[in-house]
Design a protein around this ligand. Structure first.
Ligand code: NDP
Length: 445
């Protein structure tokens, strides 16, 4: 890294001690911005880098709640309002026991550039809690969500900050959160949350958007080589919202996904994933991947290793951060994998990314390839503001257009800065310049 960039990174590490994931996300962006800063010194002169790595506001709060047995629990809630240059803060809420300030900060930081890439008017933010919804009753999840929203409601609003779902936060949680917000504010502000139910302001295609968008991005990358997903085998990790709809779109485009996973292991189904069964197990029954295997002849559960051990043409990591390391990357490359598109946020470690880039395969960072989710959230906000509702085909066509534009912006920026085919540089440079130019226009604020 150039001195000026290295200095900013060192300051981030010193100021945000112990926040390894945040350091990792900042390093990845800053490293790739070297050619941008060299070409446009006014960004450094305006202290753009120092400003963009510092959240505008960080909120941390106590979330007390009572379980079904009457016992009191205390979790920690977070909302990091990172950057509002382009619009209201926008980004999901994650409920997972691993959540801490560093994880929310890394997600919020990535969100700034991702949201800029969509070309829509949305700033970057993220939030969540170390609450674990697994094994909790609906009533416990509801009481937790009500307590969480009691504090969060002071900080959000349709023109201020608009949360959505992420790991552990789906339609059920968004419903409880919205109900409590509406009750506290005595106002039906549909645009305060996205990922809502279709009967109360949600958008068609929001559920599918992140997974669909990831696969559409992979298809666009392959098209640059005159190729497509037709007939390709695919390894998917995760079995949640993103993974399920990545599998669905891959199947629609003629590919054959053969794996998925959760924290109990991964499933290999050489005949191709039975999507209806997977949806039944994960979406309806909230079960584990073993429940799929017990009902699907020929499928097997592997509890050691990761889906990346299975030979495939395409890998779609759709579970969580740092789930694909250097050894996994080496295995994928040895087995002939030629495309990696990230559905999750920062699933590949820096060493894995280096290996993909050195091998010259098609590699898409999550901030570009998984941007379809937030893009469709912005479409939901648009429908809420206009008190209208689009049909599935209209919403999907808009998503498809936005993903194609994101792909093309990445390709163009990579070429502008002298590294054609480098989607990491392309995504970071295109996202950064859009935000940075607006920050300069707004003055020192
Ligand atoms: P879900 O909660 O619906 O699913 C997450 C899946 O990943 C589950 O199968 C879960 O298994 C698995 N998983 C989560 N954490 C771990 C872990 N530490 N180790 C092993 N498996 C794990 O979340 P989403 O599908 O919404 O999110 C998946 C990823 O996509 C995340 O990185 C998220 O930030 C990213 N993303 C999501 C968007 C969205 O619109 N939802 C938008 C953009 C990115 P288990 O149930 O066993 O924990």
């Amino acid at each position: 890294m150039q001195d000026v960039v290295e200095k900013v990174y060192e300051q981030v590490v010193a100021r945000n001690r112990g926040e390894a994931e945040f350091h990792q996300a900042v390093r990845e962006v800053l490293e790739s911005l070297d050619p941008v800063i060299a070409k446009h010194p006014h960004y450094a002169e305006n202290a753009l880098l120092e400003r963009i790595v510092e959240p505008e506001r960080q909120i941390m709060f106590r979330v007390p709640w009572v379980d079904d047995a009457g016992e009191v629990h205390v979790n920690r809630g977070f909302r990091i309002e990172f950057n509002s240059a382009l619009g209201p803060y926008k980004g999901g809420l994650r409920f997972h026991p691993s959540v801490n300030a560093g994880i929310i900060k890394f997600l919020g930081f990535e969100q700034i550039f991702k949201n800029a890439l969509t070309g829509q008017g949305i700033g970057g933010g993220k939030g969540g809690s170390d609450f674990d919804p697994h094994g909790k009753s609906d009533a416990e999840v509801m009481r937790f969500c009500q307590s969480f929203m009691t504090e969060l409601s002071r900080h959000i609003g349709p023109n201020t900050d608009v949360p959505a779902g992420d790991i552990g936060v789906g339609g059920r949680e968004i419903g409880y959160l919205f109900g409590q917000y509406k009750r506290l504010r005595n106002s039906y502000d549909a645009g305060v949350l996205t990922g809502k139910g279709l009967a109360w302001g949600g958008s068609l295609v929001r559920t599918e958007a992140t997974g669909y968008g990831t696969v559409l991005f992979a298809q666009s990358m392959l098209a640059t080589k005159g190729d497509s997903l037709e007939g390709k085998t695919v390894a998917v990790s995760g079995a949640g919202n993103v993974a399920i709809y990545a599998i669905e779109k891959a199947q629609q485009l003629g590919a054959k996904p053969i794996t998925f996973s959760d924290s109990s292991g991964y499933v290999v189904d050489e005949a191709g994933v039975d999507l209806e069964l997977l949806k039944q197990v994960k979406e309806v029954e909230r079960g584990r991947v073993a429940d799929y295997v017990s009902r699907r002849p020929g499928a097997r559960l592997v509890t050691e290793g990761r889906p990346w051990d299975v030979p495939v043409d395409v890998a779609l990591p759709c579970a969580t951060q740092n789930e694909l390391d250097a050894d996994n990357a080496a295995t994928l490359l040895r087995n002939g994998c030629a495309v990696v598109a990230e559905g999750a946020n920062m699933p590949s470690t820096p060493e894995a990314i280096e290996a993909f880039q050195a091998a010259g395969i098609l590699y898409a960072p999550g901030k570009a390839s998984n941007a379809g989710g937030v893009a469709t959230s912005a479409l939901e906000m648009e429908q809420n503001a206009g008190r209208t509702r689009w049909d599935f085909a209209t919403a999907e066509a808009k998503l498809t257009g936005i993903m194609a534009d994101i792909h093309d912006s990445c390709v163009e920026a990579a070429e502008t800065y002298g590294r054609p085919g480098d989607y990491v540089l392309g995504a970071n440079a295109a996202g950064f310049t859009r935000v940075a130019d607006v920050m300069i226009a707004h003055g020192i604020v």
